[in-house]
Write a protein that binds this ligand. Structure first.
Ligand SMILES: Cc1ncc(COP(=O)(O)O)c(C=O)c1O
Length: 359
């Protein structure tokens, strides 16, 4: 066999690997998975029926243009059909945005710590990541992000609410930031957790997009709508960004099952939003309990909470796992804990209480 191997792009060297949330081990002590910000509710029966019916024709390719889903989304958000672009999860769409805007020599700005896919997909594109630290309060430092813009900047991610801290930026500060961004730099408002936001000062990105041609909004069916395993997300963006997303899409990337399930979910929105309401109540309960135990926890507008634990992060995550719930540690920084089933949240709270006493 030849000693040489195929030449790969140098940009791929040293790419951090995406760490998916650890599953709850079968037969192990950890019965609950609070590590991936998933929706703990099982699929709605009506959505299940749609998926089952759709599965009967998976010998056929899906509708490549996601025509029906796109039309439904356009109506739902009152935007032109040509401004909606679907993809394999919103992370798939984010990657397409990078392919469409950024390459070697270009810069991509985002807060840090934020969604762990940003450095990965930026590096794959060949562009350079410019990470702007969160403030002391774990919020985007939008002034510093605006200061970081250069004539090489092509794209800025604003993760609102931010993963993993759950913090959100408010309307006035976001507008002030956007006023400072040159019109030829794309600002991506990643709103994967939008449906969980209850702070009325946190703007709906779709309203902001309407006024600003360089703003694009990312949304997903993975979280509030509970379709994480089916991989469907979308962007709302002006031309020519939306057109570029259609060019960079993997052909037939969104399965027909995913398209049909997404449409069925939009039509079952009342029921799904009711579930989101219950999760928000549960989130408030968890936050109150943590604060009652003496923790300083940043305000979360998402379906997870962030505990800054520093060196205790890994032992804390291990203790949770032992007690029956898998959480997501970021070694040396903190743990992100998804709001899940009441019993799972109680397991986490009990471990937190024990740790607090030992601090
Ligand atoms: C901020 C943020 N954006 C995007 C995504 C990607 O979600 P999906 O690709 O499932 O739509 C996630 C998932 O965890 C996320 O936290």
């Amino acid at each position: 066999m030849s000693e040489t191997s195929p030449k790969l792009r140098a940009e791929l060297e040293g790419i951090p690997t995406y760490k998916p949330g650890k599953p709850a081990a079968a037969g192990g002590p950890a019965a609950y998975k609070l590590s991936s910000n998933e929706n703990p509710y099982p699929p709605l029966p009506g959505v299940m029926e749609t998926v089952t019916a759709s599965a009967a024709s998976f010998n056929r390719y899906p509708d490549m243009a996601c025509t029906a889903l796109t039309a439904e989304l356009a109506e739902r958000f009152a935007v032109p059909v040509s401004h909606v672009a679907t993809g394999t999860g919103s992370v798939g769409v984010a990657q397409q945005l990078l392919q469409a805007t950024s390459g070697p020599g270009d810069e991509v700005i985002y807060a840090w710590r934020s969604f762990e896919a940003y450095p990965i997909i930026t590096q794959i594109s060949g562009a350079t990541s410019v990470q702007v630290p969160l403030t002391e309060g774990d919020v985007h430092d939008l002034d510093a992000m605006a200061d970081a813009i250069t004539d090489r900047t092509r794209l800025v991610f604003v993760c609102n609410p931010n993963n993993p801290t759950g913090t959100a930026v408010r309307r006035a500060e976001l507008e002030r930031f956007l006023d400072r961004v040159p019109g030829d730099v794309l600002v991506v408002l990643d709103e994967a957790y939008r449906e969980f936001v209850r702070d009325t000062d946190v703007p709906d990105g779709v309203e902001i997009y309407r006024e600003r041609p360089n703003v694009c909004v990312l949304r997903t069916f993975s979280k509030a709508y509970g379709l994480a395993g089916l991989r469907v997300g979308f962007a709302i963006a002006h031309e020519p960004v939306a057109a570029a997303l259609r060019k960079t899409a993997v052909p037939f990337g969104v399965s027909q099952i995913a398209q049909d399930a997404a449409i069925a979910s939009l039509r079952a929105e009342d029921e799904l939003i009711g579930r989101v309401g219950s999760l928000v109540c549960e989130r408030n309960r968890v936050m109150d309990a943590l604060r009652g135990q003496g923790w300083t926890v940043p305000d979360t507008q998402a379906n997870f909470v962030w505990l800054r634990l520093g060196e205790s992060t890994v032992p804390f995550a291990q203790a949770c796992e032992q007690a029956g719930a898998v959480v997501r540690p970021f070694a040396g920084e903190g743990v992100r804990v998804t709001v899940g089933e009441t019993e799972a949240n109680d397991i986490f709270l009990k471990v937190a209480e024990g740790f607090r006493k030992d601090l």
